[in-house]
Design a binder for this molecule. Sequence first.
Ligand code: SF4
Ligand code: SF4
Length: 357
Amino acid sequence: MQSRVYLLRVTDWKDVEAVARRTALFLREIDLFAGVGSGLLAGVKLTFGEEGNTGYPPPPLVREIVSALRERGARPFLTETNTLYSGRRKNSVDHLELAREHGFGAEQIGAPILLGDGLLGREEWSAPVSTGSRKRARLSPVVRDMDYLVGLGHVTGHLLTGFGGAIKNISMGLASRSGKLEMHSSVSPVVRGERCTLCGRCVAACAASAITLGPQSALIDTRLCTGCAECLAVCPDGAVGIDWNSGSERVQERMAEYAAAIVAALSGRAVFVNLLHQVTKHCDCLGAAPEVIAPEVGIAASSDPVALDQASIDLLRASAGGDPFRTAWPEVDPEVQLRHAEGLGLGVRAYRLRESA
Ligand code: SF4
Ligand code: SF4
């Protein structure tokens, strides 16, 4: 069995409005939103970019996606969740302000923004990974309530997963704060002693009484920690972080499971768009000028996130004349997430590519 993947080749992004116009025609030609019905609440999941990073989806292009959804009679909105780490996307107030600064105001885009995990990322909804599965995913409650999902992903490299596309965009981006922590690490966060000022806020916030103040820094008792991620949210100094050394394979597998839970919750009412544009070594969470690792390819779309990510990797390998992800992150196999997702029934890795003129 093969899934269909569509490609609009775009190698020149200097005139973003022209790219947006071509995108609008492309979306109509492939009829990507054929499954969205009149009146449905359609969430477009994207990242608004960290401060100092320009690797987020261009707002004019997002505007055209919103417009195409409206033409179908849907009620579109942009959705995202707050981040685990310090930065301007850690709470909804600063996050919305940054999104507006990056051009995602409702007036420009034609749709409001709904940050699905509440003011501090505490809101969550627990969903089974698949029917009958005991594994659960901690998700943004928006997943439970929306009717239709457009996963608009910006393809990048990533130090833990090697590659980030459709699967990473929805799994990390539609998880609650504790869900993100669960995917990133073996549940417990870590305290970076050199940043800790011993203010005690994390101790007060920890419902599991897992944190005490030591002589140099706060200390987390991993036997008591439930992985709720409250300490990450309340620490004013960014001293609580993620154990980035947890295995890449485990992170990728959990991402695939979260993505499967999301698509199952929507009964498959989801489509995916990957931007193969300004593909960088690090993900868009890095608040710095991005290091580009592959030539421009364009915009790919599919109703199958696994096929779409596989095609994205293959297209970027072909255009780079090598493997930009393995070159950037030699120790990470970025296709673990695809194999696991296929095993879960999220999609298939075999695809047929149809390129638009
Ligand atoms: S993650 Fe939650 S339970 Fe674990 S130490 Fe932090 S606040 Fe306590
Ligand atoms: S909230 Fe942060 S700075 Fe304060 S004690 Fe906890 S880890 Fe240290």
